[in-house]
Design a protein. Structure first.
Length: 81
């Protein structure tokens, strides 16, 4: 195989590659595809983490509201009539 990739700081400059066999060519195509998938994964994970955080905040708010309503209901029931 001739040519190469500059992987410093995530910069990739593609050069015309010449592969000596099909297996090497397949591997040569897999590496950039894996790099691309990894690059796409980071922002996707950040977005999903933010969504989880928002969902947890909404759930916590709903639970607080429900506990407050339950507490008020129990206090109302325990008052002497």
């Amino acid at each position: 195989m001739a040519g190469g990739d500059d992987m410093n700081n995530g910069n990739r400059s593609h050069v015309n590659l010449i592969y000596t066999d099909a297996l090497t060519a397949q591997l040569g195509e897999s590496v950039p595809n894996l790099y691309r998938r990894q690059s796409n994964l980071e922002p996707e994970m950040r977005s999903e983490s933010k969504q989880i955080g928002s969902s947890m905040t909404a759930l916590l708010s709903e639970m607080r509201s429900s506990v407050a309503a339950l507490s008020a209901n129990l206090a109302e029931r325990s008052r002497p009539q």
